[in-house]
Ligand binder design. Structure first.
Ligand code: ADP
Ligand code: MG
Length: 499
């Protein structure tokens, strides 16, 4: 086996974490995969192996589901008061903050994102979401119902935890995605089998250690690292799992739905997007240009809500595109752990080739590369922030989710909001969108017309814990975060008492 690469910029704690053995967390114990197999995990900034992780598969998922079932039905978790549950979740946020430097370094190294993004955004936002959900633990309530059935009744609803939950997450925000899934499941009293993405298992494993440290009982959170077609598929199909929550590609979302049909487990999905960004001629360009730039190039475009289809009014199209191109040219692309890096690599060789192939398809179909378009350097998987103009809705680059730093720009020459909305809504997806205008009436009328789960006005979006996120159309089922996010993890029970 090759020597593991220890990046010279890593702190002592992160380096020590990498040097540990990375096993599966099942029933409160760290176990090797039953097969004994391990797999490599990489630094996308160098392409080098940084750790080896246990390769869980169906057998390990089985053990984890049994542990989660036992913890749900017979463990102390069900008897812990909501207040104490909330306190444990809150303490988890404290521990994330206490270990923020180490966790941010691991996140930046494994995912590629800049250390400053990981340290100032991913880690604090995850802590914030745990705290937000910790507060809900004591506020999960039902209703008292007035029924008209003849007789005298006391009728009410309660919301009970849905049970054992399988959670499958992607690589674009490994810690944040684990948090979006775990926080509401813990707040509602569920137990969990979590599978991180095979590309980015590290921060979820570190989170598993913190979960043990705060005293969340054994078996409540089980973490099985492994591949999608083995461990992931076993979660989706497992008859002992009551609900599966998935974030990832629409292609895999469909596979999950089919697999879940076996025991008709509940399913929530956060899938792809191709979010429209609509710039009206009266927009404040000093706000719109940096906002649109950030909306597509943040996290190297590997964000499901990325604003990847720009529609700018003909009167301002050139100004908007030139403005974004100028900003894009100043984005410092580099290794996530380097000082001053603003945009890191994409996640893998496969992803770099996929994105490059899309740019090529766009070119071949007549698009103009107005900015970027190429690879940066020859080590790691770095791509330039890219803008394609002369694009149209027939092109694959406009229709399909690229999940990379590529903006497709189109213009409109119209004042009819219905027609503008029709263009913006011409997508199988409906995850997000943004509208840039100073006109309050245009803003609200457009916000109503865009068929998507999250609309920004003079901002592309927000990562706040209170804001539900999820999709219309093929972007998914259900909403995560916010109060809505809790509903994914509870069953409603009606109780009718004849008095
Ligand atoms: P990408 O192709 O960009 O990696 P995916 O949707 O394939 O995105 O991956 C998101 C998550 O889904 C990962 O954790 C991955 O392991 C998992 N996954 C992939 N294929 C399957 C599958 N057939 N069943 C269940 N989970 C899967
Ligand atoms: Mg895939």
């Amino acid at each position: 086996m090759n020597q593991l690469f220890i990046h010279p910029r890593l702190g002592k704690k992160a380096a020590a974490f990498l040097a540990r053995e990375h096993k599966l967390l099942i029933g409160g114990k760290w176990l090797p995969a039953r097969s004994g197999k391990v797999f490599d995990t990489y630094d996308p900034g160098t392409g080098r192996v940084i750790a080896r992780v246990a390769e869980g598969d169906a057998g390990d998922i089985d053990l984890a589901v049994n542990a989660a079932r036992e913890a749900f039905e017979n463990g102390p978790w069900g008897r812990i008061t909501p207040s104490d549950r909330g306190k444990m979740i809150w303490r988890l946020a404290d521990l994330l903050e206490q270990n923020a430097d180490e966790i941010a370094e691991l996140e930046a190294l494994n995912n590629g994102k800049s250390l400053s993004t990981a340290r100032n955004s991913d880690v604090p936002l995850s802590a914030d979401l745990f705290r937000y959900m910790a507060g809900w633990a004591t506020k999960i309530t039902g209703e008292t119902l007035s029924i008209s059935t003849p007789g005298t009744y006391h009728t009410f609803t309660v919301r009970e935890p849905i049970g054992v939950v399988g959670q499958i997450i992607p690589w674009n925000g490994p810690l944040a995605m684990a948090t979006w899934k775990l926080a509401p499941a813990l707040a509602t009293g569920c137990t969990v089998v979590l599978k991180p993405a095979e590309q980015t298992p590290l921060t979820a494993l570190r989170l598993g250690e913190l979960i043990q440290e705060v005293g969340i009982p054994d078996g409540v959170v089980n973490i099985v690292t492994g591949f999608g077609h083995t461990a992931g598929a076993a979660i989706a199909a497992h008859p002992g799992i009551d609900k599966v929550a998935f974030t990832g590609s629409s292609e895999v979302g469909r596979i999950i739905v089919k697999a879940a049909a076996g025991n008709l487990k509940k399913v929530s999905l956060e899938l792809g997007g191709k979010s429209p960004v609509i710039v009206f001629p009266d927009a404040d360009m000093s706000v719109a240009v940096p906002g649109v730039t950030q909306g597509i190039f943040a996290n190297s475009g590997q964000v499901c809500t990325a604003g990847s289809r720009l529609f700018a009014h003909k009167k301002v199209f050139d100004r908007v595109v030139e403005g974004i191109a100028e900003q894009a040219s100043k984005i410092r692309v580099g290794h996530g752990l380097n000082d001053g890096t603003q945009m890191g690599p994409v996640i893998s060789q496969v992803q770099m080739e996929r994105v490059s192939d899309y740019i090529e398809q766009g070119r071949a179909a007549g698009a103009t590369v107005a900015a970027g378009g190429g690879r940066v350097g020859d080590e790691g998987y770095f791509l330039e922030p890219t803008i394609l103009t002369d694009t149209n809705p027939e092109m694959s680059v406009v229709r399909e989710e690229i999940f990379g730093p590529v903006l497709c720009a189109m213009s409109f020459d119209d004042d009819d909001l219905d027609r503008i909305a029709k263009q913006a809504n011409d997508s199988i997806y409906g995850l997000a969108g943004s509208i840039w205008t100073r006109d309050l009436s245009t803003a609200h009328k457009m916000a109503r017309r865009i068929r998507a789960g999250r609309i920004g006005v003079n901002v592309h979006g927000s990562t706040d814990a209170a804001i539900p996120t999820g999709g219309f159309k093929e972007s998914g089922w259900g909403r995560e975060k916010g109060h809505e996010g809790l509903h994914l993890y509870t069953e409603v029970k009606s109780v009718i008492v004849a008095l």
